[in-house]
Design a protein around this ligand. Structure first.
Ligand code: BJ8
Length: 422
């Protein structure tokens, strides 16, 4: 609409390039989402949020800013949303899942950098991401080498505060992480001009836990057969959890879960009960990276879980709410965040256990491990996960891909061949 265009111009977006992006996104969404049969009524919320993700949601961020609130953008689930919320700031995800701007990004980072990194850099350089342009603070982190080094360059075009995420789970690493959480807290207080009180932090923890509880509820309902919701829609829910207002999101997802409960009672599903049930595992899939889920589900399988940061890795663990003093709450945050089984950690054996347990829990017939091309941490762990799953007689297919559409047919062939072995 006209008003959106004005807003985008003020954010200094490249209007033509941005219109082109929205055009492609709309078409892609239509093909992959609107074509689904027997979709939930609650999916109207998903359609609406997605259609307005660069529109009304950005308007809301601007309204918040007009009230003196700040917007904080991040690229990793290690950046504690609880603290952002405790300072009345808005927390948004900045990872991008489309190829736009890749050529530009390759002027700043090596070609053999994963698509997720190239995408966020490309989105900034091509001026097509209203979330980056709306952020008062952009937070990076020292996870994989690709991101760590990319933030040094990114900092030159978009000032980036970097949190030091340790690489091990030793006591020394936990102490470092605690000091980083405190440093982030001080930075957020400086940015917002607000003091984070115990009461406000408690509230931030409860809002974030509620969001994770709603996602846990969704995960649990997906154990049902026939599958009550497609993996595409479940992925979209997880993606939207990084953009929408957390309280509204929680309410809407709980409503959607009620509809799912009804469906399960009525034995209604999105696929026949004999459709192969697959668990996705690996790198996060940022909007609009729906390629592999589409390939899998259009081949007749149904995805019953996403073991990734845009999935169970971000919803599995809650912050202990019995903590009441500031010190106890900070320790509870440290504990919770250090449970994240990101492949950047060494060793990271808990991920092997978590993937195996999730596959069993969801009654998955197989696992599709997904790593982005040039992602060292997840490509390494694909081999370990394969071994761990073999020991439990759970078959796994390892896929490496990027955001291009060139390999869709090849992926389809591989996925279908894998499904035949199940
Ligand atoms: S906690 S998974 S969100 S770092 S795909 S950029 S790892 S080369 S995204 Fe992640 Fe935080 Fe870990 Fe989660 Fe590097 Fe791999 Fe690219 Fe990746």
């Amino acid at each position: 609409s006209e008003t959106h265009h004005e807003m985008w111009e003020k954010l200094n977006l490249d209007i033509d390039a941005h219109d082109a992006l929205l055009g492609v996104l709309g078409k892609f969404y239509g093909d992959i989402y609107m074509s689904q049969e027997n979709r939930l009524k609650g999916a109207e919320y998903l359609d609406f949020v997605l259609s307005e993700v660069h529109g009304l949601r950005i308007k809301e961020l601007q309204d918040a800013q007009a009230e003196g609130r700040k917007v904080i953008g991040s690229f990793c689930v290690f950046v504690p949303e609880e603290i952002t919320l405790a300072a009345d700031a808005v927390h948004v995800g900045l990872c991008a899942g489309a190829e736009a701007g890749t050529d530009l990004a390759e002027q700043l980072v090596p070609r053999n950098t994963c698509a997720l990194i190239k995408s966020f850099i490309g989105f900034k350089m091509a001026k097509i991401c209203p979330f980056i342009e709306s952020s008062d603070l952009i937070v990076g982190e020292t996870t994989c080498d690709g991101k760590k080094k990319a933030y040094e360059t990114f900092n030159e075009i978009a000032p980036t505060y970097v949190m030091e995420v340790p690489q091990t789970k030793t006591d020394a690493a936990k102490a470092l992480w605690k000091s980083e959480i405190l440093r982030y807290m001080a930075e957020v207080e400086k940015l917002t001009g607000k003091t984070i009180t115990t009461e406000k932090l408690k509230q931030g923890i409860s809002i974030t836990n509620d969001k994770r509880r709603a996602l846990q509820r969704l995960t649990a309902l997906r154990k049902a057969s026939p599958a009550p919701i497609s993996g595409r829609d479940a992925l979209l829910i997880n993606q939207i959890s990084f953009y929408d207002d957390p309280i509204r999101f929680t309410t809407k997802i709980n409503e959607l879960c009620e509809e799912l409960e009804q469906r399960i009672n009525d034995q209604v599903g999105v696929a026949p009960s004999n459709a192969p049930r697959l668990l996705l595992s690996g790198c996060p899939m940022a909007v609009p990276n729906w390629k592999l889920p589409y390939v899998i589900e259009s081949s007749g399988a149904v995805i019953v879980g996403e073991e990734s940061c845009i999935g169970t890795r971000n919803s599995r663990d809650l912050v202990d709410e019995s903590a009441s003093t500031m010190e106890e709450m900070i320790d509870a945050l440290v504990e919770r965040y250090m449970k994240i089984d990101c492949a950047c950690f060494t060793p990271n054996n808990e991920r092997l256990e978590n993937v195996t347990a999730l596959a069993k829990n969801m009654n998955a017939d197989g696992v599709i491990h997904y790593s982005l091309l040039f992602c060292q941490p997840y490509a390494h762990e694909a081999l370990k996960i394969d071994k761990a799953l073999q020991a439990e007689n759970i078959p796994m297919l390892s896929i490496e891909t990027d955001y291009s559409m060139e390999d869709v047919e090849q992926l389809k062939t591989r996925v279908e061949a894998f499904m035949e072995t199940l």
